[in-house]
Structure formats: C-alpha cells, structure tokens
Design a protein around this ligand. Structure first.
Ligand SMILES: NC(=O)c1ccc[n+]([C@@H]2O[C@H](COP(=O)([O-])OP(=O)(O)OC[C@H]3O[C@@H](n4cnc5c(N)ncnc54)[C@H](O)[C@@H]3O)[C@@H](O)[C@H]2O)c1
Length: 269
C-alpha cells in the first residue's frame, strides 16, 4: 500500500473531523501532512490545536499528494488552479464554486493534478451519472428544505427577511435555475452543484428552496427523468452540531470520497 500525504484547507465543522480521522489512521492509504487554516494564519500558527502541522499553501504543495478543501467556494476559486497545476490532486466540498462557468471550464481542463468532488450531503449521484452517460436527462429538480434562518441572505430586503424568519409553515423562497441559485444562495448550492456535475449539464438542473421552521432535518429531494428512467431520491440529514448550515454526514462523505480517490483498495464504486 502506498501512503498518500493529505493536506486540509479549513479547520471547521468538516475539516476538523476529516483531519482527525486521517491523523487517527482511519483512512486507508492516507497520512495527514498538515492543515491550511485561516485561524492558524491569524494567530501566527501558534494558538490553534490541530492534529497536524499548520501549513502555508506553498508548504502544502511541496508536502502533499492530495489536498482536501473544507473551507468554502472562495478557497476553490483562489487555490484550485495553483494546486492542480502543481500536480497535486484536489478534492473539493464546495462544488458550488463550479457554478462560475469560466472557472469550471478552467478547472476541468487543468492538470496534471486531478480535480475530485465529494458527493457530500447527497446520494444517488452514481445512478444519475450512469443515466446521463446513456442519454441526457430531460428534467432534473433539486428541492431543498431548511430552517428559515439558514436561507436568509445579505442581499434580501427587510420585508423578505421578515417573511422568511416569521413563516409558521413551509415557504418557497426560490425556484429557478441552478446557476441563479448559485449566485443568490451560495451556501445552499453545493447539493444542486453536485447533481449538476453528476448529470454533466448545469442548464438542465432546476432548484427549489423552501424555508420550514419545522425542518429539524435538512431535506433534499432529487427528481430526474430521461431516456434511462425516472429517479427520485429523498435525503434527510441531521445538521452538524458544529455548524447548522452543514449536514453532519458531510465529513464522513469526504472521508469516503478521499479513500475512493486514493484508490488503494477495492469496494463499492
Ligand atoms: N458538498 C456538500 O454537500 C457540502 C455540504 C456542506 C458544506 N459544504 C462546503 O464545505 C464548506 C465548509 O463547511 P464547514 O461546515 O466546515 O464550514 P465552517 O465554517 O465550519 O469551517 C470552514 C473553515 O474554513 C476556514 N477557511 C475559510 N476560507 C479559508 C481559506 N481561504 N484558507 C484557510 N481556511 C479557510 C474558516 O475560517 C473556517 O474555520 C462550506 O463553505 C461549503 O461550501 C459542502
């Protein structure tokens, strides 16, 4: 077995768990090279307890075979080309960054490092990818329901914010293209972005966002139909105890994706 050196960007709800499990030897074929953390940078690298050393991006490029992004869409936009061009593989959680068509085109063409995307908070992407390979889907709808506060955005006027915060039942906040959703609700788009990447066509994906004060679980319903068949996946995730905007399962999806990307053992692919 080859040991692959892994770097993590971002030490929040996702990155901390991913780093801890790699450091504890729970990912087959992986060892933790270190963490690029904004908090570490802000404190000169001294005051943050990590299971591995703090790295700058330059250090990570020298020391890592693969870097995992657990930091946000801006980190993908800022670092991806540098990482991939240096021949380091890059596994991203913030797939919504690829809603920027120009960036997506550049990253899909960039190398020699390889770009990987985690399935994150959703499932069924394998089947959607297989169906899209047979023939393009005719319709794809991703319906996400979350607690109202997580859908409030800085661009909204006070009437809209009040309408969302004070709703006493399910309230549709957005219905439109995945591309528009990406601009308007960037933090709620990673799931739709993963679906768009699975079906290979952002223009075919519609997004519906619903605020529901009773939504203690974040739900995603993915409906797709096309020549290969009709599919409906319903996912209901518990929020992360560390970040209510993130589903608790996401770090474990990242760990699974990481092991698959390293390719050091067989299993369900
Ligand atoms: N694919 C999915 O299903 C899915 C689901 C949830 C979240 N996400 C993505 O994962 C990201 C992280 O989620 P989280 O819950 O861990 O967030 P979090 O806010 O708990 O942690 C993010 C951490 O990254 C750090 N950070 C941000 N930019 C950085 C940079 N340029 N360099 C170094 N550190 C940086 C922040 O300071 C913070 O500590 C989210 O922004 C989201 O885009 C993806």
């Amino acid at each position: 077995m080859t040991s692959h050196r892994i770097g993590i960007i971002g030490y929040g709800a996702i990155g901390a768990r991913v780093a801890e499990d790699i450091a504890a030897g729970k990912v087959f074929g992986a060892e933790l090279a270190g963490i690029i953390s904004r908090r570490a940078a802000a404190t000169g690298g001294s005051a943050v307890e990590h299971p591995g050393p703090n790295l700058t991006l330059e250090m990570a490029l020298e020391r890592c075979d693969l870097i995992v992004e657990c930091a946000g869409q801006q980190a993908v936009a800022d670092y991806a080309e540098t990482i991939l061009s240096a021949g380091v593989d890059f596994l991203i959680t913030s797939i919504g960054a690829l809603a920027d068509h120009d960036l997506a085109e550049r990253l899909h063409a960039c190398g020699p490092g390889r770009l990987f995307m985690t399935s994150g908070a959703v499932g069924g992407l394998d089947l959607l990818g297989a169906g899209a390979r047979e023939a393009a889907f005719t319709s794809v709808l991703v319906s996400t329901t979350k607690l109202p506060e997580t859908l409030v955005q800085s661009w909204m006027d006070t009437t809209e914010v009040q309408r969302i915060r004070e709703t006493d039942g399910p309230l549709q906040v957005f219905l439109g293209s995945a591309k528009d959703a990406a601009q308007l609700f960037p933090r709620s788009l990673n799931v739709a972005a993963a679906v768009a990447e699975a079906v290979g066509n952002w223009d075919s994906v519609q997004v519906r966002l619903t605020a529901d004060p009773a939504a203690t679980l974040t739900s995603h319903v993915i409906e797709a139909s096309g020549p290969s068949g009709e599919y409906k996946f319903e996912i209901r995730n518990n929020p992360s105890p560390d970040n209510p905007r993130t589903s608790g399962i996401v770090p474990f999806a990242v760990l699974r994706s990481l092991e698959a990307a390293l390719g050091e053992r067989g299993g369900l692919v």
